[in-house]
Design a binder for this molecule. Sequence first.
Ligand code: ADP
Ligand code: MG
Length: 140
Amino acid sequence: MTVERTLSIIKPDATRRNLTGAVNKCFEDAGLRIVAQKRIKLSKSQAEDFYAVHKERPFYSDLCDFMTSGPVVVQVLEGENAIAKNREVMGATNPDDAAEGTIRKLFAENVEANSVHGSDSAENAAMEIKFYFKDDEIVG
Ligand code: ADP
Ligand code: MG
């Protein structure tokens, strides 16, 4: 049993359609606790830094434009095996490949505007949480 924290982002396609509560319900129904949350507008340079790992990918520039196209909700989710659990609740990157009942199957518009981000490893979760939150902004 390992209680973990992971970084989640509700992306602009979801905030635009007023789906913050619907997405959060998926997390809470799966046993994940939202222990920090804020609605922000990313700057271009913040989006570029956050997604720097993808800078050689053909979709990088479009992805940074998309992530700055409207508000996002950044959040820390806590729970047992939270990193893998969140990836499971999110579903596959491309909603066409996502399992029934997952957030991306339910809500994503396409492979880019896919409603949520979630950290993919313990190392990235720690880095990504630090990117958006100070320690005293996280209350478990
Ligand atoms: P995930 O978000 O599932 O971890 P990746 O880390 O591979 O997926 O990609 C980061 C984000 O880049 C995706 O969530 C999606 O918004 C976007 N993306 C990934 N692949 C593509 C693609 N082929 N075309 C356009 N955008 C993409
Ligand atoms: Mg990823």
